[in-house]
Write a protein that binds this ligand. Structure first.
Ligand SMILES: *Cc1c(COP(=O)(O)O)cnc(C)c1O
Length: 391
């Protein structure tokens, strides 16, 4: 069966997909339908934190399956979503959770909460950042401060304004008494793996406190252990009023959460927001597996493995500094900034059995499963070295 041909004939033309079709997966290795293997430094775009063919995930799926249902709607309760919400609130020291299915949806809910919060004082403006990424639905797309994503789809939402990331003056310049929220990624992901600078998030927190503005952190990519801490903002000693989670949350099943801390815990009331699939049993049950693993030693591992990978990338950067300009990021969310086109490197890596993806215009992104071994990191670095030596 030529799945790729069928896809090309039947999919809308929205992706530049690589011509490999995944057949099987195990650990951090993917196998295509020709039997070729790949070390996976993409992890379904920072989703598959526990890798593939994970026994605990398989057991949990069977456990949920044995109850005979995945979904009952939010007209009733199921046995798993309450536990998932309780777990998130315990881990994040947050107060309330709303479940949906994707990062964009989690951000839409946060944006609606921001507008609702501001409505009593007639404040509707939201500050977002240039080079951010928050998703593709209209609200999330408007929050995304990158022309290339919005171009062709105007008009986007009104009253969303953009400051420069890591430039607190540019934020202060936008304060005009009509701001209800500031939306930021603690580490910008799609924009090019750009961590917040020391002090920047603290200043945002101070500005929000002084002006009764909600601070909203999009932790869809950098949350859930990816940065080496459970949530990337913990590196900075700052807590938001709302955070959004998705990507790794459902262990590969669509799942997202809009998480409210004290100030934002009572903004929404019955009827004001909803999601048919939000908090379905399967996704909720799988999120508990992720938290079990993260709290059982995986999180400490991420910090160490991240340092190891970062050191390896820095070596490559120094060896090929005509082609590389820097290494950025935290934990297992790392970027190698290139002076050449990422697509050439990505294609050659793929041919040699390594999957990597890009971020921004010039960055090679490394977001492997958090369970990756040191020896697989070594293998990946060896392939990368080989590719650069041939370019
Ligand atoms: C991937 C991503 C999103 C969008 O998530 P979807 O599930 O694709 O809607 C939002 N914010 C950040 C930071 C992301 O990395």
């Amino acid at each position: 069966m030529d799945y790729i041909k069928i896809a090309k004939e039947n999919f809308m033309n929205t992706y530049s997909q690589n011509d490999i079709c995944i057949d099987k997966a195990d650990g951090v290795t993917l196998y295509d339908t020709n039997g070729k293997s790949y070390i996976d430094m993409v992890a379904g775009i920072a989703v598959n934190a526990l890798g593939y063919n994970n026994e605990k995930i398989k057991e949990r799926v069977m456990e949920v399956l044995s109850s005979g249902y995945f979904h009952v709607s939010n007209l009733y309760y199921n046995k798993w979503a309450p536990l998932a919400a309780e777990r998130i609130n315990k881990v994040a020291k947050s107060k309330k959770v709303f479940f949906a299915n994707s990062g964009a949806e989690a951000n839409e809910a946060a944006l609606k909460m921001a507008r609702k919060y501001g409505s009593s004082t007639n404040r509707s403006k939201v500050i977002a950042f240039n080079h951010s990424f928050h998703g593709r639905t209209y609200g999330a797309l408007t929050l995304t401060g990158q022309q290339k994503y919005q171009s062709g789809f105007y008009p986007v939402l009104s009253d969303i304004v953009y400051a420069d990331y890591n430039d607190i003056e540019s934020v202060k310049n936008l304060l005009d008494g009509s701001i209800c929220a500031i939306f930021a990624e603690p580490i910008q992901g799609e924009g090019g793996i750009i961590p917040a600078e020391e002090g920047f998030l603290k200043e945002l927190r101070r500005i929000c406190d002084e002006n009764d503005i909600l601070l909203i952190f999009d932790c869809v990519q950098c949350g859930l252990g990816r940065s080496g801490k459970m949530f990337a903002f913990e590196h900075y000693g700052v807590t938001p009023d709302i955070m959004t989670l998705a990507k790794a949350l459902g262990c590969g099943i669509p799942f997202s959460a809009t998480v409210a801390f004290d100030k934002a815990k009572d903004i929404l009331h019955p009827g004001e927001h909803a999601s048919t699939f939000g908090g379905n049993a399967l996704a909720s049950a799988l999120s508990l597996v992720l938290f079990d693993e993260l709290e059982n030693g995986l999180l400490e591992d991420v910090e160490k493995k991240g340092e190891y990978l970062k050191k390896g990338l820095k070596k490559i950067k120094n060896k090929y500094d005509d082609k590389c300009s820097g290494v950025r990021g935290m934990g297992l969310m790392l970027g190698l900034d290139l002076k050449i086109k990422p697509s050439d490197v990505i294609r050659r890596c793929m041919q040699k059995g390594l999957l990597v993806c890009s971020a921004g215009y010039s960055v090679l992104r490394f977001v492997p499963p958090l369970v990756i071994s040191y020896s697989d990191i070594d293998k990946a670095l060896l392939i990368l070295d080989e590719v650069f030596s041939e370019l």
